[in-house]
Structures are given as structure tokens and as C-alpha cells.
Design a protein around this ligand. Structure first.
Ligand code: TEU
Length: 573
């Protein structure tokens, strides 16, 4: 009895049944003709998100910013960048969302600020300035030069010299993004006050940018490649005081306002994510991890191409599904975001089988345990655009890497072909609303090119077709609210290393979900193992919930799967 009560309360929070929609405001909808999307553009499309069944909108940074990293370089946390509109526009957005019973999650970027932030301007003005200690300063190494060998995530050293003082400041991302010194209690307090400002405005939750990087090992040791183990983990990843800092934010802000929070965890571990997202730890509601999105990184290197490792993809999902459930953690489920090339182009066929592929990815992901995130354009099957030359790119990381790859001896053509696969701009092209010029995104000149396939791939078309990708998403989002098994069911892998199929079950109380997806362009046969089939068979009658083919098959031990076929059945009484 006690166990039952526990397991019920464990899943009682509303956001475990919710679906989040991620909005990249710069590329969503432009109402002024500036070529850049704005807050009012989002407000104007809320009916669209409501009809899709979205519960929470995650709005990416709209704060005052020089936009070197598209808003992840914040110069003023409590004001809106004029390109995106005004504070009145923001308040209106909150009001309109709440009227519709929807929630707003905003982006909090506090590992670093822009070097144009007032705190930083004060900090560089002199060693005695009270804001000096808001940032991380180090003297040059004993023989001169960089304090250690840490590298920026966007390429090049992670330290910038301040000529006036002769000291270096730390920048784990762009050189205009200076890392905050979380050891300083005043920084922690200033961040909490800023978050309280937004909470009081009615914001319902936060997405916390690279939040597991905020606690640096104060010895600032060189990366020697050995400690800590694993790809990309460094002396600032899941650092010594990170849980203490997050708990502090929970106590002062998240807990007080019952907020829904998601932490973006760079190169993290399962153990840490359990701690970050188990309610008993009082930290976050859920976490993003990226292990499944590195299965095509050769030697763990983002800029080294290789075909993706399907078995690794399945293994990682299985580990995180099983591990988070055991540990009482909660996954944010996602295949796409603004930092990733489109999963449709990356893992499936975005051309011949585009619709099947988009639906397959959706079904495969939405059947899992966690809170699903839909990134703008994913729901209409937007693929990576075709890039013709370097001038079309805008992303600071892509432009840096184009130079660095050539400095490493790659030809301009090879560098471009790598960006084609890996650039963050792949997912940042404007949202495709209809077949009017610029896909209905703007009447001006878009800040980043619109994919030329927009006359075929747009929201209007998807709304008109009953069997569209968009309608497939609607169905999945609605099902999650109807059946407790989506939230509670225990995950088991069913495909036993099948080279083309990802199959799993979710076993709940009186209901079992089965998902079978053919990740290949071949016609194949898939057979459940006898023992598993007997178990499934005895669980009750099966009903097809979701299909991406015209076939609508019944669940049998042996299944014929056409290219990119994907099915979801519900077994119950
Ligand atoms: O991204 C964190 C992060 O580490 C990435 O996904 C990053 O884009 C990738 O490692 C580069 O290879 C977050 C934001 O989502 C991203 O847009 C920002 O640029 C970054 O933090 C800095 O704030």
C-alpha cells in the first residue's frame, strides 16, 4: 500500500503530462517587417499552439543583448531587447497564454553575461571595483600566457586578456560571454532577485541555460584528458558546488512559486541528472542531456562526421529511460532544439520519406517517459536547409568553426560540407507558415534565409491535410493526457539489437504501450522474442493508437514493416 501511494504521488505534478513547445523568437513570426521575429508575433500564433495541444511555451532569450550569440549573451536581464518588442508586449504574452490555460517558461542564462552587461563594465573598470568578483579572473600562468588550457565551446582558448589589469577572465562560450563567479554569494543573490522579478510577472517556469557549468573547480587545473572521464566532461562540468547552488535557487525562487524548471546539462552524467531532477532533492523538475545527440560525433568530436550509430542511440535512450525511472528523476524528451541540426535530416530520410520519418521520430520519442519538447518547425517536418555558401550562415559557432576547420587544413568545400551537417543554423531558419513570400514569416528581409522548400513544407498545408505530420503530433500530445501509461509505464527495450528496428514497451497499471519503429528505408520483418510475446499477449487486447502508414496493422508476433513505418499500440482490457 505504501509503495502504491508513493508511486502515485511521484507522478502527480501537472508538468509530467504536459508537452512543451520551444520558440526561437528570432525566427518564429515577424510582425514589424524588420526581418526578425518578435514577441507579438508569438502572441499572434498562440491559437496555433493551443490547437496543437501545447501546455507550456518555452520562450528563448528576449532580453537586452548585443546578439552575438542570439540572446544567450545577456546585457540586461530585466528589460526586453527592442528588436523583440517591449515589456508591455511581454506582459500581454503572459496574459494571453494564461487566458488559454497555457504556461510560460523563459530562458535564464546565468553561467555568463554579455561583456556589455553593466556588471562586467564595472568589473573591468578596476581591480577594486565591487563588481570585479562577479566574474572569474586569473593572473597569467607563471611563465606568462593563459592561466590554463581550457577551451571555449565555440573554439579557441577559454580565457580573454583584459589589457588594463593584465588579468584574464573566463569565457567558456564566446569571448563576449564572461562566466559569472558563483562562488560569490552576491552573484547568487543577484541571480535570485532577477528570477524573482520574472516570477512576480507571472512567468511559470524557467529553462536554465548550461546550468551544470556554474560551479568551477577552484584549483582551475589543466584539462589533461583523464579527469573526469567521458566525452566533453571538464573541471567545470557538474562541479563541486553545483547541487548546493541549484538547491539555493529552489529554496529562494522555484519552490516558492511552484515553478516548472528544466536544466540544460552539458556533458553530464545519469547520476547527476537523477539528483538534479528527483523532487526529493529540491532542485529542478527535469533535465536535458545530450548523449543521444552525439551518436554521429566521430571520436566524440562534433566537427568530425560519421554516419550515426543506431545501436548507440537505442542504448542511450534505454539507459536514460531506465536509469531516470529507477532513480526518481525525470527526462526532458527531445530530438531537436536550436543548437542541433534537424533530427529529420540527421537520423532519417528528409526527402523521399520525409513525412513517414517525421512521424516515426515523433512516435518513438513521445512514447517514452518524460516531458516531450517540440521545437518550432519539427511539427511540420522542416528539414535542414541546403546551404550554398558561407555568407548564408549567421551562427557565431559556425563562423568560428569555418575558420578553424580551414586552419586545420580542411578545404573551404569540406568545411562547408561539415557545416551543412552540423551548423546550429540548420534549425534556426524562419518558421514556415504558408506559401506566401518568405513563408509568411516576414514582409521584410529575413535575418537568416528561409528554406526554399517552404511552398511544400508549411503550416497551412499541414493544417489542410488530415494525415499530416502536424496532425500526427496533435494525436500524440492528446494521447499523453488520456493514458496514465505515458507518464508512469516502465520502459523495456524489445528489439534485441535489431539493425533497423527500435521497439520498446511501457508497462503501467492495466495498460501497456508498444512502440515499433523501422529506422530504415527497407521493407523488413520484425519478430518479438517468444518470451516477450507471451507476456504481451497475456496483458490483454491490443489496439492501434498511432500509425504512419496506410496499413494500420494489428499487433502480431511477426510484423512486416515498410520503410520508416512506426506504430504504437495500447494493450489493455
Ligand atoms: O547551449 C549549450 C551548449 O553547450 C550547446 O548545445 C552548444 O551550442 C554546443 O555545445 C556548441 O557546440 C546553450 C544554448 O542553448 C546555446 O544556444 C548557447 O549558445 C550556449 O548555451 C551559451 O549560452
Amino acid at each position: 500500500m505504501e509503495v502504491l501511494l508513493l508511486s502515485q504521488s511521484r507522478y502527480s505534478e501537472w508538468w509530467r503530462r504536459s508537452t512543451v513547445y520551444q520558440v526561437y523568437p528570432k525566427s518564429f513570426n515577424d510582425t514589424t517587417g524588420s526581418g526578425t521575429g518578435d514577441i507579438r508575433g508569438l502572441t499572434a500564433k498562440l491559437h496555433y499552439l493551443q490547437e496543437l495541444g501545447i501546455d507550456i511555451v518555452w520562450l528563448q532569450p528576449v532580453y537586452v543583448s548585443p546578439q552575438h550569440d542570439n540572446g544567450y549573451d545577456v546585457a540586461d536581464y530585466e528589460n526586453i531587447n527592442p528588436d523583440f518588442g517591449t515589456m508591455e508586449d511581454f506582459d500581454e504574452l503572459v496574459g494571453e497564454l494564461h487566458k488559454r490555460g497555457m504556461k510560460l517558461m523563459t530562458d535564464i542564462v546565468v553561467n555568463h553575461t554579455s561583456t556589455e552587461h553593466e556588471w562586467f563594465k564595472q568589473a573591468v573598470s578596476g581591480r577594486d571595483n565591487p563588481y570585479r568578483d562577479y566574474y572569474i579572473w586569473r593572473d597569467p600562468a607563471p611563465g606568462g600566457g593563459l592561466p590554463n588550457n581550457w577551451q571555449s565551446k565555440f573554439g579557441g582558448p577559454a580565457w580573454q586578456l583584459d589589457d588594463a589589469s593584465g588579468q584574464y577572465y573566463l569565457t567558456l562560450f564566446d569571448k563576449t560571454q564572461a562566466d559569472l563567479n558563483w562562488e560569490n554569494p552576491q552573484v547568487r543573490q543577484a541571480v535570485n532577485e532577477m528570477m524573482l522579478f520574472w516570477a512576480r510577472k507571472g512567468v511559470d517556469g524557467f529553462r536554465m541555460d548550461v546550468i551544470n557549468l556554474i560551479s568551477k573547480d577552484q584549483r582551475f587545473p589543466d584539462d589533461d584528458g583523464s579527469v573526469p572521464p567521458g566525452d566533453g566532461r571538464k573541471f567545470y562540468t557538474d562541479g563541486p558546488r553545483v547541487h548546493e547552488y541549484i538547491r539555493g535557487m529552489y529554496e529562494e525562487v522555484f519552490g516558492r512559486y511552484e515553478m516548472v524548471t528544466v536544466g540544460e546539462m552539458s556533458s553530464t552524467t545519469l547520476e547527476h541528472c537523477i539528483r538534479y531532477s528527483n523532487p526529493e532533492e529540491r532542485e529542478f523538475s527535469m533535465t536535458f542531456n545530450f548523449h543521444h545527440l552525439k551518436v554521429d560525433y566521430k571520436g566524440g568530436q562534433k566537427w568530425e562526421l560519421m554516419p550515426y550509430d543506431f545501436e548507440a542511440l537505442k542504448r542511450l535512450f534505454t539507459q536514460w529511460q531506465t536509469g531516470m525511472q529507477h532513480g526518481g528523476g525525470w527526462n526532458a524528451l527531445f530530438f531537436n532544439n536550436h543548437d542541433q541540426p534537424r533530427a529529420l535530416s540527421r537520423f532519417t530520410d528528409d526527402d523521399l520519406y520525409r513525412a513517414e520519418s517525421a512521424k516515426l521520430l515523433a512516435t518513438t520519442l513521445h512514447g517514452m517517459q518524460g516531458t516531450p519538447y517540440v521545437y518550432q518547425g519539427e511539427e511540420i517536418g522542416m528539414p535542414n536547409p541546403k546551404w550554398n555558401n558561407i555568407d548564408e550562415f549567421r551562427d557565431i559557432e559556425s563562423l568560428n568553426m569555418y575558420r578553424i576547420l580551414q586552419a586545420q587544413g580542411k578545404s573551404p568545400e569540406t568545411a562547408l560540407s561539415i557545416l551543412q551537417e552540423r551548423s546550429r543554423d540548420n534549425s534556426r531558419t524562419p518558421m514556415q507558415w504558408d506559401e506566401s513570400p518568405n513563408a509568411g514569416f516576414t514582409t521584410g528581409t529575413p535575418w537568416l534565409k528561409v528554406d526554399e522548400r517552404y511552398p511544400d513544407i508549411n503550416v497551412q498545408k499541414e493544417l489542410e491535410q488530415p494525415d499530416s505530420i502536424l496532425h500526427h503530433y496533435r494525436k500524440l500530445i492528446a494521447l499523453r493526457k488520456e493514458h496514465a501509461v505515458f507518464t508512469e509505464g516502465v520502459f523495456s527495450r524489445l528489439d534485441e539489437a535489431h539493425p533497423e528496428v527500435f521497439a520498446y514497451s511501457r508497462t503501467g497499471e492495466g495498460e501497456t504501450l508498444i512502440v515499433v519503429s523501422n529506422f530504415s528505408s527497407k521493407d523488413i520483418t520484425f519478430r518479438f522474442r517468444d518470451a516477450e510475446w507471451t507476456g504481451l499477449n497475456s496483458a490483454g487486447k491490443s489496439k492501434l493508437l498511432v500509425s504512419n502508414t496506410a496499413a494500420d496493422p494489428v499487433l502480431t508476433q511477426e510484423l512486416q514493416l515498410s520503410p520508416y513505418a512506426s506504430y504504437m499500440w495500447l494493450i489493455g482490457n
